[in-house]
Design a protein around this ligand. Structure first.
Ligand SMILES: Nc1ncnc2c1ncn2[C@@H]1O[C@H](COP(=O)(O)OP(=O)(O)O)[C@@H](O)[C@H]1O
Ligand SMILES: [Mg+2]
Length: 203
């Protein structure tokens, strides 16, 4: 499968354009890195790819077809701050199974401990929460993952564990990953190819 952004232009308000004619292509089983300055519009592009923002010019397609917005969205966004995407009044078991019920071997792969499931989000660390948000995004219907600075807040060991698990799962299940980071060394280790945001944004 192939995810494409074709000539995406977007502004939050009339004063300032954020994205101009941005195009990119991501195949299943491919890991593409995206690096760029803070505030340049990377997260905005991520939200467009994952269907969170819809009032943009241009189009986003999978295998040449527009993505239907009903049913499950096959492009899943994982954010830098997992706590912001979780209902604080839900225990972690409910947070996790909101999307699907991951099998035990996958929970083990992401180092999820059973006793975390009965806790509230504020009783877990950022790294522990991020393991949940990644696993939650790996619904069997997911075809592409947009990983927006997902390991920026984590210590080096957690960063390695999380990326290893995500990449192993994605390779085995033919999922393509767009990895957004300002850490060029990380991207050089992880990615098949690296895009520089200023090269694809024609402002
Ligand atoms: N919801 C919003 N409303 C208005 N402006 C926004 C909104 N979200 C982000 N911006 C602005 O858009 C620009 C790009 O932001 P963002 O996409 O988050 O950049 P990056 O991820 O590259 O740091 C920034 O100037 C930011 O302040
Ligand atoms: Mg960002």
């Amino acid at each position: 499968m192939n995810l494409k952004a074709n000539n995406i232009s977007f502004s939050y308000n009339k004063k300032r354009e954020i994205l101009k004619d941005v195009s990119l292509s991501l195949n299943s089983n491919q890991i593409i890195g995206l690096i760029g300055d803070s505030g340049s519009g990377k997260s905005t592009l991520c939200k467009i790819l994952a269907g969170y923002i819809t009032n943009y010019d241009g189009d986003v397609t999978i295998d040449g077809k527009k993505i239907p917005d009903k049913d499950f969205y096959p492009v899943q966004l994982i954010f830098q701050h997992p706590e912001k995407t979780m209902n604080p009044k839900w225990k972690m078991e409910k947070v996790l199974t909101e999307s699907w019920n991951p099998p035990q071997n996958l929970k083990d792969m992401f180092g999820l401990k059973d006793n975390w499931l009965t806790r509230w989000p504020n009783e877990l660390s950022g790294g522990e929460l991020q393991r949940f948000s990644i696993l939650r995004a790996l619904n069997p219907k997911t075809k592409f993952i947009i990983a927006d600075e997902i390991s920026t807040m984590l210590d080096a060991l957690t960063q390695v564990q999380i990326w290893e698990a995500l990449i192993n799962y994605s390779k085995a299940n033919n999922i393509g990953i767009l990895a957004v980071s300002h850490d060029i060394e990380l991207l050089e280790v992880l990615c098949d190819d690296i895009l520089h945001f200023e090269d694809i944004n024609n402002l």
